[in-house]
Design a protein around this ligand. Sequence first.
Ligand code: TRP
Length: 334
Amino acid sequence: MENTERKPIVLSAIQPTSVPTLGNYLGALKNWKMMCEDYDCLYAVADLHALTVHPEPAKLRQQTLEMYATLLAVGLDPEKNIVFIQSRVPAHAELAWILDCYTQFGEASRMTQFKEKSAKHADNVNVGLFAYPVLMAADILLYQANFVPVGADQKQHLEIARDIASRFNALRGETFTLPEPFIGKIGARVMSLQDPTQKMSKSDPNPKASISLLDDPDVILKKFKSAVTDSEAVVRYADGKDGINNLMSIYSCCTGLDYAAIEKEFEGKGYGDFKVKVAEAVIEELRPFRDNYKRLMDDKQYLLDTAAQGAEKASRIANRTLTKAKKKVGLLLG
Ligand code: TRP
């Protein structure tokens, strides 16, 4: 992918945590997959970002491999997209240092996520946590990305990436493309099955609240059957019906039906029928993922080889930008 066709460039990344949820899938990963026709896409496993919380080393290695397999298993074709592991492309850490020097202490201090995370983990407020958005800016700017699909919680980080890029460009001359957030077409915000006013999260202590992409079909069915709804017993999308709205949104994402069509399909039927149908649609939607994931995790060598190729392709693009930035700031090149 040398961008000869000049399609807009898309970059996104995901941290190597445990298996993603249905929320991560419908809200992000499914969109990533659909973008490859219209954009030149790069997708990374952000293992360097994960270091900020001091994961156990063996666990980080394993989760990095699992997340890489997850990206391939959701259908990101490594021939059509550049799928790579962040730390395998040294340019990320190198550009991050340069950009650190073009980021103000004050603006980094204002990041909501930094404030939240440092309040939550007061015993480990490391400099990496502080510089987290600068590394993220490097991820994006190295590839001259035009669009970055991100969730609401990462919007502020994208804004600081733009601010850093425009400051650098203004001081040192045009170097970086200013990235824009990409709001997905289907862009579902999947809510907890137990408290539909909260986002579905894999860290939810109640296991019934979220669906993991690797849940067995019977577990998925059980979780949907116990999903919180309301007492109206009419399948319709409306204010105050958060539980049903969430299920309708999930069903819509999996079947492609709009809300009117869903309301029609379940006219005169109870929530019991509806929940089973939603569960079945999700099970079908996730079936190829489960099969692919299992096959990939059984072939570690394939994953390692593909990751090496991804890193090589990414490096070729990243190094062009890195060299440009090094020249602009006055580093002596050979
Ligand atoms: N910080 C992002 C998250 O936690 C992950 C990430 C790292 C990212 N680098 C990125 C997202 C670059 C978009 C672009 O979700």
